[in-house]
Design a binder for this molecule. Structure first.
Ligand code: G3P
Ligand code: MG
Length: 255
């Protein structure tokens, strides 16, 4: 296994702020409305989560269960696309968003192309569906995301999902997603062919940031909503902040 410095693709142009699940503070997360709102707030990229329906269609939703972000009940993995599409994914957030649906990955990609946005797609498989979710996601991206569009980053907490993409295609930059950067993370990320690293901010230290930079990994840190924290992380060399509130955070850190 090589331990050469990581080399992110030259085409990877990651903006400083990325909208977490869309502009999650101001619109229902992981909906087309949240992605459009992110763009209105000035975000050039969004982060969002992909899982498979019962019939194997990649859709944009965070939780394994439907209850928190829709008016449905039960598990995403046992709900068909047709049944999922009947659910409301906006009213729980505010009445003005009634009628929002859980988007398919294809619908999200169509919107990003229309709005000229880039994205960090988090492969968030239901347990046991890691490889299937990764492979299906790649098939949809290959068919619907032209090479002349901004190169996306595909991240996951699940090594099996990252390895499945690594073994399938070199076309997409992989992101090593972790709550914290534990012992041996650089070797693990390199083994998985990752080009970027995505740690949570809570336990991240300046020293770890330095080590990641020395190994050639751009850092995309989540979920950063506090201006003081954002300024500190950027001063330490973090490349991008994944935030619920891109408009307000941009205004605050520019002040
Ligand atoms: O990709 C960064 C972040 O979204 C990971 O956590 O739970 O918000 O998907 P979560
Ligand atoms: Mg996510």
């Amino acid at each position: 296994m090589d331990v050469l410095p990581n080399m992110p693709p030259a085409s990877l142009a990651i903006p400083r702020l990325i909208a977490h699940r869309g502009a999650k503070a101001n619109a229902p997360e992981n909906t087309l409305a949240a992605f459009a709102r992110a763009r209105e707030e000035g975000a050039l990229w969004v982060e969002f989560d992909v899982k498979l329906t019962a019939d194997g269609v990649p859709v944009v939703i965070h939780d394994e269960m439907l209850e928190r972000t829709t008016d449905g009940r039960g598990a995403v993995r046992s709900t068909s696309l047709a049944a999922l599409k009947r659910l409301d994914a906006g009213a729980w957030f505010a009445p003005a968003f009634r009628g929002e649906r859980v988007p398919t990955l294809v619908e999200a990609l169509d919107l990003f192309a229309r709005l000229d946005m880039g994205f960090n797609l988090e492969i968030k498989p239901c347990p046991g569906r890691e490889v299937e979710t990764a492979r299906t996601t790649i098939a949809v991206l290959d068919a619907h995301w032209p090479a002349n569009r901004p190169a996306p980053v595909l991240s996951s907490f699940k090594a099996e999902a990252l390895a499945a993409v690594r073994d399938l295609t070199p076309r997409y930059a992989l992101g090593y997603l972790a709550e914290k950067l534990g012992q041996g993370w650089i070797e693990a990320a390199q083994r998985l062919g990752c080009k970027t690293v995505h740690p949570g901010w809570h336990s991240l230290t300046e020293k770890q940031i330095g080590a990641a930079k020395a190994a050639g990994f751009p850092l995309l840190v989540w979920t950063v909503n506090e201006p003081a924290r954002a300024r500190q992380l950027l001063a330490w060399g973090v490349d991008a902040l994944i935030t619920d509130n891109p408009g307000d955070l941009a205004a605050a850190i520019e002040r």
